[in-house]
Structure formats: C-alpha cells, structure tokens
Design a protein around this ligand. Sequence first.
Ligand code: C5P
Length: 206
Amino acid sequence: KPATPIAIDGPAASGKGTLARRVAEHLGFDWLDTGLLYRAVALSVLDRGLDPAQAATILNLRMLGDPRLRGDEIAQGASKVAAIPAVRAALLAYQRGFAERPPGGKGAVLDGRDVGTVVCPSAPVKLFVTADVGIRAQRRLSELLSRGLATTYAAVLEDLQQRDARDSQRAVAPLRPAEDALMLDTSALDADQALAKALDLIQQKS
Ligand code: C5P
C-alpha cells in the first residue's frame, strides 16, 4: 500500500474529484473532497447571512451531503469565500486531522486546490490534475445536466474561467502545483484511463 496522505489538486472540473474518489476506493482509503468545505461555507453565507469567517468556524459537517452544494452559484460563492484568509485558516485543522487520522484508519486521499502546497505539504504523493478548459466545461456540463441542474455550455465555461482566475490569483494558498507534484493531464483520458495513470504515478512514488 502506498504511503499517505495522497494529495490531488487541480482546477475546477479537471477530473480530480472523480479520480480522488476512485483512487481511494481502489486502495481502501478514505476520501475528503475539500472543495465541499468551501461550498458549505458559501451555502451558510447565502442561506443564513452569516459572515464567511464565522460560518467557517461553526461549519456543520452534516451539510456536506446537501445536493445544493453542487451547483454553479455555490461554486462561485465558494471561490469568493475561499480567498478570505480567516476562512481558510478555520478549515485547516479539520483537513489536516482527516489527512493524519483518516476515519477508516488506513489512509487518506484529499482533493482540492492547496492540499499539496498548504494542507499537507509533506504528503508523500502529490498529483496535479489538469485538462483543457473546453473539455472541462463539457464534462462539468454533462455532470450538472445529469444531476438535473439546468445550465448551458457558455455558463459553465464562464464559471470555470472566473474561478480558475480567482483561485490562481488570490494572495493566500493560490491554485498551483507543489514543486514535487506529478502532473496528470486528463484531456485525452476517460475516467478509467485517468485512474490507471494515477495508480501508476502513485506506485512510482511509493
Ligand atoms: O473543488 P470545487 O470546485 O468543489 O471547489 C470549489 C471552490 O472552493 C474552488 O473554486 C476554490 O475556490 C475553493 N477551494 C479552495 N481550496 C481547496 C478546495 C476548494 O480554495 N482546497
């Protein structure tokens, strides 16, 4: 079994979430989608008018199953609250605790934007997943439509481009590959091929 935690970062809709879930399933590890934490903070702000930093401090983990967290409106809100240092600081301990003491006790896979750079800088395996933005938009469109959320290709593309720009340009924990991250471009890969490639890279590191 590879050493853990395994950090998987990348831009929106790069395929990192599906990949992280499947890597965790394959290895019998626990998976944490760290983007859901930022989405849950955004939902509390929109729903209850809380201040983002306060919402992050009192975040209720039961909210992570809320289907509304998947939509584009919440994604935009998430990328806005994610630029606030106090919000990031409030979510750090939970993410590190999960990485170091995963609930199943075997190992952890975390996916997000700053897992390899900030949350788990000494993770033994770091992947940075990318894909062409048009391909990412097409994939996200299919995902949202299949969940019954009404949207268009143009709206999805705009959401991705805005979030990529905001996430890469923010002062705190910007989206970028860690120096020791292995790059994985999924533009020409389906989910099975991306999994095989990721398991290969993880094996090489172990
Ligand atoms: O990964 P997902 O698209 O669900 O993330 C939503 C937003 O949360 C991102 O656009 C990003 O701004 C923020 N995020 C972050 N750091 C993470 C995970 C997500 O800033 N580790």
